[in-house]
Design a protein around this ligand. Structure first.
Ligand SMILES: Cc1cc2nc3c(=O)[nH]c(=O)nc-3n(C[C@H](O)[C@H](O)[C@H](O)COP(=O)(O)O)c2cc1C
Length: 363
């Protein structure tokens, strides 16, 4: 089933938004790795709900409980089960969603797929809450990658009228990516923090929501990671990125902009840098033939406006089998672009770790 992923590290994700807990089982990790719990907690905190006025007011501690696979803070090599309990649930808010489907949410498709047995409360297994386990596993993967000097960072490239310059137009450094990781609202131009907050607060005041584009870069990756065709870096990574709820687009390097150029204007030309090969530009976002070329991996993720909004909308009533107007109650994120960033970085780390492990099979 779709709840499992991975060739070398294997993930099994579980839980429902208003069930007892959410979590992840992470298998294939070698013994003897010391967990950096401070880093993991910081990543969990970045994703957690209820931390500010621009996110949902559902307040969860998001404390991880490790049930297996770690002893005295060190991996044992057996499956790691990380559980995060749900505490602040208000299931009554969702009583209508079983029969009246939220527009742009998964209530209809979940109902059809699971023959009406799906747990609809808070979006059930489709909820953004399920990504908490991914962030635990991803933070752990990031920690391992960091030991190989691989650094991941992201910023909000676009949100309504607020735009930033992209990573391909900046002089990227690992320090810059690390600094972005420490910011509440990660942006290159600090003046955009307030603008983004204002845009989200405006949407919230209108009981509406907004989407955004997140851009992510990875520095320090060796050339030669990934495979052609089905396990290309783009295929593996976008497979995981599209697993994140609310992600509707992924673009590598110049992506759709390639249509505006001629090859002579956009080709990434290699040159000799001492004994290494480097590239004069990075329009392909660090991947050629599905394999990393040693340049930073750069991609964008399109996040849709949160489906659950307070405004009156049109839908269908499954019981009466008729069209209805209705309003959604409950607590929701007016914008997901901020909370989704640690999730994007987590799946990036997991995809890369899995591909790096695959590459090591030849050693
Ligand atoms: C961290 C995070 C938080 C989310 N919070 C909400 C929310 O409060 N309300 C909502 O309608 N959707 C929220 N979503 C998105 C929905 O889960 C998602 O739109 C829904 O399952 C339908 O899937 P799709 O948008 O990928 O098609 C969130 C997603 C993430 C990653």
């Amino acid at each position: 089933m779709s709840g499992s992923w991975g060739r070398n590290i294997r993930l099994s994700i579980y839980g429902e938004s208003h069930g007892a807990a959410v979590g992840i089982i992470l298998d294939g990790v070698k013994p003897g790795i010391e967990l950096d719990m401070d880093f993991i907690e910081r990543q969990m905190e970045r994703r957690a709900p209820g931390r500010d006025s621009i996110s949902t007011s559902r307040r969860e501690q998001d404390k991880v409980q490790i049930l297996s696979g770690i002893k005295d803070g060190v991996t044992t090599g057996t499956p790691i089960n990380c559980m995060i309990r749900n505490q602040d649930t208000r299931s009554a808010d969702y009583s209508k969603q079983k029969i009246i489907f939220r527009p742009s949410h998964s209530d209809h498709t979940g109902y059809v797929k699971y023959r009406g047995f799906n747990d609809h409360r808070g979006g059930g297994h489709f909820s953004g809450r399920i990504t908490a386990g991914l962030v635990f596993a991803g933070a752990f993967a990031m920690q391992i990658l960091l030991q190989e000097s691989i650094v991941i960072g992201s910023h909000i490239l676009k949100l309504q009228k607020t735009n930033e310059k992209g990573f391909l137009d900046c002089k990227l450094t690992p320090e810059m990516l690390k600094e972005l990781g420490s910011m509440e609202i990660p942006v290159i131009d600090k003046e955009n923090v307030k603008k983004i907050e204002d845009e989200i607060m405006l949407a919230k005041s209108k009981e509406d929501s907004v989407g955004g584009i997140v851009e992510t870069a990875v520095m320090g990756i060796e050339p030669g990671i990934g495979d052609p065709f089905f396990h290309s870096v783009e295929s593996v990574l976008s497979g995981l990125l599209f697993a994140i709820p609310a992600v509707k687009a992924v673009e590598f390097g110049k992506g759709f902009q390639f249509a505006d150029y001629e090859g002579s204007q956009i080709n990434d030309e290699p040159y000799m840098c001492e004994d290494d090969i480097k590239y004069r530009s990075n329009n392909n976002g660090g991947v050629l033939g599905g394999i990393t070329n040693g340049m930073p991996l750069v991609f964008k993720v399109g996040v849709k406006p949160t489906a659950s909004i307070g405004k009156t909308q049109n839908s269908v009533d499954m019981e009466k089998r008729e069209d209805v107007e209705f309003r959604i109650t409950g607590r929701h994120d007016p914008c997901i672009a901020k909370r989704i960033i640690p999730v994007i970085e987590s799946v990036t780390a997991l995809a890369l770790l899995d591909m790096i492990m695959e590459g090591k099979k030849w050693d």
